[in-house]
Every structure is written in structure tokens, then in C-alpha cells.
Design a protein around this ligand. Sequence first.
Ligand code: HEC
Ligand code: HEC
Length: 162
Amino acid sequence: MFRYGSGGVAHWGTLCGTMVSAGAILNLASKDYGDIIHELMGWYTEYPFPSNRYDAYCKFPEQVQTVAKSPLCHASVSKWADVVGTTVSSQEKKDRCAKVTGDTAFHMIELLNQHVDGKFTAIWKPSEEFSHCTACHTGKESALNNEQGYMNCTPCHTDHTK
Ligand code: HEC
Ligand code: HEC
């Protein structure tokens, strides 16, 4: 059912497929899915993928780790392939995406367990890199309220306040 998420939805490089499936599972599991997805998504954007959790049995242990600063498959995969110096269709990349899937599923379960135990607290906040942008642009309390979403702005926009 979730295969369409592969490659950021049918290889369009949009939302990382791990978040596509994690979001659906969380929606099935809890009425508070929005809060948990918000936290998982924020975590995803700042996690140095892939972890070494699978190094004992994966094909490429000790892979280079990169922080995507984005929930987009495009940013996550292209940045990693650039830093490693490989292609986006290499075997190393496939190994990396399998680990990203495992890492995200693992954290999703951690958050869900916290929620079931009544111990879930959201800790993600926009980083200093772009928290001032959201203060002016994002949400009903902001001055302009003309931007949709919580993605880090700085990979795509230059900071016009600097
Ligand atoms: C102090 C408030 C404030 C902050 C902080 C701020 N902006 Fe803006 N931004 C504005 C205003 C005001 C405009 C002009 C709005 C208009 O003319 O409709 C604007 C315009 C923009 C535009 C429209 C294109 C342009 O350049 O005119 C973009 C994109 C944008 N801001 C992105 C950002 C990003 C990204 C950040 C953080 C790195 C940021 N802004 C921080 C107030 C702010
Ligand atoms: C993945 C890339 C990406 C990210 C991340 C992103 N933007 Fe944008 N943003 C765009 C694109 C593309 C447009 C459309 C630009 C156009 O067609 O003029 C846009 C449009 C805008 C506009 C309207 C532009 C205008 O000329 O009035 C604003 C304001 C804006 N973004 C602010 C932000 C802020 C603030 C953030 C972070 C909270 C952010 N964006 C994150 C890519 C991005």
C-alpha cells in the first residue's frame, strides 16, 4: 500500500516515503496523530541519517551521515549523494534509504509508545536559522501570515533580513 511513497512519492522527490507511511500509521493509531507527525517530521529534518543501527547486517556499514534540513526526499537524497560522491541510483543509496526507513519507523514507535504512556511531549522547534522567518510569515499570530508550513526556509530562500 505504501510503495507509492518510494522516492518521495512515485520518484517525484517530494515528501520522504518514510514520512508518507509513518503518517498513515499514526493517523490509524491515534487521534493525536497531528502532534506526533509534527514532532516526527521536525526530528526527521535534523537527524543525521543514516544511523549505524543496522551496521551488523547491512551491505554498506559506517555510511556518511548528513542532515537534510528538510522533509523532502529530493533534499535528503541529493545532498547525501553529493557529500558521498555517488549517484542517486547506486546500491549505497538504496542501503541508505532502507536505513532511513528503519530509523524513522523506530522513532515513530518511540513517540507512539511515549504517547500511549501519557509521556509524549513535543520538543521540536524551528531552529535559529529560520525561527525569525516564521515569527513574521507563519501562522495566524504572525505579522504577514503568508507562508504555509514548517520547513526550514533557508535552503530555498535567501534571508532578506540580513
Ligand atoms: C521582521 C519581519 C520579517 C522577518 C523576520 C522575515 N520577513 Fe520575509 N518579509 C517580510 C516583509 C514585510 C516582506 C514584504 C511583504 C510584502 O511586500 O508583501 C517579506 C517578504 C518576503 C518574501 C517575498 C519575496 C521578497 O523578497 O519580497 C519572502 C520569500 C520572504 N520574505 C522570506 C523570508 C525568510 C526566508 C525569512 C527568514 C530567513 C524572512 N522572510 C524573515 C517580513 C519579514
Ligand atoms: C523547498 C523550498 C522552499 C522552502 C523550504 C520554503 N519556500 Fe517559500 N517558496 C518556495 C517557492 C518555490 C515559492 C514560489 C516562488 C515564486 O513562484 O515566486 C515560495 C514562495 C514563498 C513566498 C511568497 C513569495 C512572494 O514573492 O511573495 C513567501 C513569503 C515564502 N515562500 C516564505 C517562506 C518562508 C518564511 C519559509 C520558511 C518558513 C519558506 N518560504 C520555505 C520555496 C520554498
